[in-house]
Design a binder for this molecule. Structure first.
Ligand code: GLN
Length: 304
């Protein structure tokens, strides 16, 4: 019998005592102001039980974790046609790299690097006003979390908008290749705002339930799509750190530069962790460590 209460509390206590907490992302100035001394974790099981520790009720910027939700919406809307515009291979490069776009005809490697996520957002934008699309993204996130209070932090969105030159470069480059269909500024503006969605660990763990699959999955999307999103989270969810995350944790996860990670234990649990200090690949340092300890202590893995 797994004692999740004891496991989660012990992880919380161990992480609170850690000295090297990594570096907070400061290329988005608003994120650079977050106190690195914070750590929170929440586990929601398929049976609906909840376990939490630390700053599990403190809201944080979900950043790239939002790419999971937009991918779910885009797959529902476009189905297989989405894969003509974005690939399903790990990139082995930083999340914001432009390198492969040049040699690969403007088609991003996967939907979780920035270029790929811009394509996904562009595909749901498809002629709508950014405000309508953001409303749709928020509706999906609120429904999956079962919480209508989830919102976008406009200061964080404005902060990224003011410093998002690299994302705009990616978008313009893809526009010139015909990969994007909307004006790059509209796609980028929508993307900056989806990244600025705030949630706490409890809300994020609840929002991830639909990826557990089976009855716990609330039937928000089909089982086939759940399988594909989890596969992409495993292979691409941590960018050039995806191999290491799979090796250490052995479960599909998606990270964001706000320091959040959503982890899916298929059929069993949805887990969210947050600690703002990042490792050199831009993934939460303590968050990754905490997920590794959780996987070891519970035996949860997709590999044995
Ligand atoms: N909004 C961030 C960016 O585009 C998201 C990156 C991330 O979380 N890895 O740079």
């Amino acid at each position: 019998m797994i004692d999740l209460n004891a496991i989660v509390s012990k992880i919380g206590a161990d992480m609170a005592a850690m000295e090297d907490r990594g570096r907070v992302a400061d290329y988005i100035p608003q994120l650079g102001r977050v106190d690195p001394q914070q750590f929170g974790m929440a586990v929601v099981t398929a049976a609906g039980d909840t376990y939490q520790t630390g700053h599990a009720s403190t809201p944080f910027s979900i950043q790239s974790v939002s790419k999971v939700f937009t991918l779910a919406i885009a797959l529902g809307r476009l189905g297989e046609a989405l894969w003509k515009r974005v690939g399903v291979e790990p990139s082995g490069h930083a999340f914001n790299s432009i390198l492969q776009l040049e040699t690969e005809a403007g088609i991003p490697r996967n939907p979780f690097i920035n270029a790929g996520a811009l394509v996904v957002t562009d595909s749901i934008l498809a002629g709508h006003a950014p405000r309508e699309t953001l409303g749709e993204i928020l509706r999906f996130v609120r429904m999956s979390a079962g919480d209508d209070s989830i919102h976008i932090n406009r200061n964080v969105a404005a902060s990224e908008e003011a410093h998002g030159h690299l994302n705009r470069a990616l978008a313009n480059f893809m526009m010139s290749h015909g990969t994007l269909q909307n004006a790059p500024d509209l796609t980028c503006g929508t993307y900056f705002h989806q990244c600025a969605i705030e949630m706490n660990c409890l809300q994020l763990a609840n929002a991830g339930r639909f990826l557990m699959g089976g009855n716990a999955g609330q039937n928000l999307i089909s089982a086939e799509k759940v399988r594909r999103i989890n596969a992409l989270m495993m292979t691409c969810g941590h960018y050039d750190g995806s191999g290491e995350f799979a090796f250490r944790v052995g479960l599909p996860g998606k990270s964001g530069v706000g320091g959040g990670i959503l982890l899916i234990v298929p059929g069993k649990a949805s887990v969210a962790v947050w600690s703002p200090g990042l490792n050199r690949r831009g993934n939460s340092r303590l968050g990754t460590m905490a997920m590794e300890r959780l996987a070891n202590a519970t035996g949860w893995t997709v590999f044995v």
